[in-house]
Design a protein. Structure first.
Lengths: 167, 167
DNA sequence: ATAAACTTTCAATAATTACTGAAAGTTCGA
DNA sequence: TCGAACTTTCAGTAATTATTGAAAGTTTAT
């Protein structure tokens, strides 16, 4: 496999994975492109490489910056803006985990909390609703805490965690 | 909040969460409905409660069965098929984690492996591609192993894991 | 203050994905 | 073996989501 083929394969796989994870294709592809680039890229270069429009590139770069995954870099003597992504995979996964916790898990926990604390009228169905949503609430909260603790360990958190779990 | 309101809220939240996790709304809603139901439900009851068509119900029930989350139950003396979902949240999360590993993570690992083992021609960009996809490959594999090990611990795996991590 | 160089916004449109409903298929009891 | 009761399939359609591209906005150098 040659460079170009490998690059395309990586970018498109990452792109379709993105869809599956709640971020759109273009966004994931831009991140992938920056991730394997040897230097900061301009919007022009990105749209050309991925064959996507200016508007699309602009919007998705913004989203990536909102996530904290991509940053603007100023290159001395250059008028245009350059973009880079976090290159360290562990740091990258920490940022993603944190964001997903904040954006997706936390709101669900809130709803589960509300639903599981409705007035118990002692009917079968109310009891079941309370019981099941309570269980889900506890589980979700535990997992969220776990993720956040793990992720706060910074350096080598994944390796460390694995060691702890299986020694 | 009354029963009906709580139920609707739970089902619709679960539904939109589903979208975010790569399963569709109807599928997630059917699972949610079964999850808080006090008894097995027929297709008829499901379509009526969620206001979705017969075809949609049928297809999504099938998918849920493929995931191993929902099972057909035969109720003695009844011609129709009844459906139930796994009611234990820990077991449910184990099934989901396993399936996601198999369906999503494993294929990505494979691609990363391929891409990261292209011939190194010693150009900057090839070196960068190899380096970055290798890092991603290692990370993904470690996480996948971690998830699978965790999940194989069966009983109370989540609580146990948390204890191990923070003692 | 102006204009060139660049970025953002957003209405229109395209692409994707989900849903319907009726026809075809299956199962079961008599 | 037949037909009623039920389930599945799938072409057509609806709903949702992503993308384009051109106009409006911004920044910077002179």
């Amino acid at each position: 496999m040659e460079y170009q083929e490998a690059k395309d394969k990586f970018i498109s796989t990452w792109g379709s994975l993105g869809t599956l994870w709640g971020i759109n294709k273009a966004m994931a592809q831009i991140q992938a492109l920056l991730f394997i680039s040897t230097k900061p890229l301009t919007m022009e270069e990105i749209m050309e490489d991925l064959k996507i429009s200016r508007g699309n590139t602009s919007m998705n770069l913004r989203q990536l910056m909102d996530w904290g995954i991509v940053t603007k870099t100023l290159v001395p003597g250059e008028r245009k803006e350059f973009f880079t992504t976090e290159k360290d995979v562990q740091e990258l996964s920490r940022i993603i985990a944190k964001e997903r916790s904040r954006r997706e898990i936390k709101p669900v926990i809130k709803v589960l909390e509300e639903v599981s604390s409705i007035k118990n009228d002692n009917s079968e169905k109310t009891k079941e609703l309370i019981k099941q949503t309570k269980a889900l609430h506890e589980l979700t909260e535990t997992m969220d805490v776990m993720i956040n603790k793990l992720v706060d360990q910074k350096r080598n958190w994944i390796t460390k965690s694995v060691l702890k779990l299986f020694k």
